[in-house]
Design a protein around this ligand. Structure first.
Ligand code: SF4
Length: 311
């Protein structure tokens, strides 16, 4: 089976994408996964700690206050609820839990609340702690680290050249600044995005290689689940071949990084999910996601084991 002896360049991957029959592209990605990706299928969970009423205008997002989506909004759920979610996730065998909040970023008072929750979560469970808090300053990151946070999630969402067409209230560079500061302070970084937002082949490759440059510890792969009321509500859902193609490109560009099933997983049949795992998915999110249902943890564990992964 063909495989790359060294990391391929973006032009090389784009040329494969344009010329190789799809099944061969999938085989190449499968071989890359087999040779380089971890043998353990990594599961994490998330707790939606503040949801909706977001000031930002991300065109895909049900939580933006700019769109009428009927998304259920709630304020900060409190330390106790975060600690309970961590205990439950830990008991189900999940390795890590992420606190997720809507919004552009956090005020210092909100960071106080999150730090208190992290303290409660660490004292009541041994689970690793992650957080997805939007744009976070270096000073805030220092405080979060001291409170026990190990990983920061911040998606670049799409190809850098496309970002400003999908969100105008913050920039790609602002996201990168959060990611860079987190890296410099020794955090693990989880960073990925959404496929199915109208990206071309060139933009898909650009996205995959922007991620390679960031070198995240985990890449969440969301498949757009078009939400009525958002500007992308009328997008067609991706067909399985485009999903597999995107996973293959992400895998070939990022051979050793966990590629994580995230939003949109529930729209796939088990057979489609099986094919995604074959091509390159090797991580998942257990339990419900933010505004769309997640995969059933038991289903995904079974599929991962069937594919030969330790779970
Ligand atoms: S993706 Fe995040 S920042 Fe953008 S609208 Fe949704 S919650 Fe707000």
């Amino acid at each position: 089976m063909k495989h790359f002896e060294s990391l391929p360049a973006a032009e090389e991957v784009l040329s494969l994408l344009k010329t190789l029959p799809r099944e061969e592209l999938y085989e190449l990605a499968h071989e890359t996964t087999r040779r380089h990706a971890p043998e353990r299928f990594d599961f994490c969970a998330i707790v939606s700690a503040r949801q909706g009423r977001c000031s930002e205008d991300c065109k895909w997002c049900a939580q933006s206050a700019h769109w009428k989506t009927g998304c259920e909004a709630h304020g900060w759920i409190g330390s106790e609820a975060c600690a309970k979610a961590a205990q439950e996730a830990g008991a189900s065998g999940v390795r890590r839990i992420g606190i997720v909040t809507s919004g552009r970023g956090q005020t210092d008072a909100q960071i106080d609340e999150i730090c208190a929750a992290l303290g409660r979560m660490s004292s009541s469970s041994r689970i690793e702690l992650c957080a997805s808090l939007g744009l976070v300053t270096r000073e805030q990151l220092v405080r979060l680290k001291a409170a026990g946070l190990r990983r920061i999630h911040c998606n670049i969402e799409t190809a850098p050249s496309r970002f400003s067409r999908l969100c105008t209230t913050h920039t790609f560079e602002e996201k990168l600044a959060t990611i860079r500061a987190a890296r410099e302070l020794g955090f693990e970084v989880c960073c990925g995005g959404i496929i199915g937002m109208g990206e071309s082949d060139e933009e898909l490759v650009e996205f995959a290689f922007a991620l390679r440059e960031i070198a995240p510890d985990s890449i969440p792969v969301n498949i757009l689940h078009p939400i009525e009321g958002t500007p992308l509500g009328g997008e067609k859902r991706l067909d399985i071949d485009r999903i597999l193609t995107a996973i293959a490109v992400l895998r070939i560009a990022n051979p050793a990084t966990p590629l994580r099933f995230a939003g949109g997983r529930r729209d796939l049949t088990d057979d489609e999910a099986r094919r995604c795992i074959y091509v390159g998915i090797n991580a998942g999110i257990a339990g419900p996601l933010l505004t769309t249902p997640g995969a059933d943890y038991d289903d995904d564990r079974a599929l991962a084991r069937e594919a030969g992964y330790e779970v």
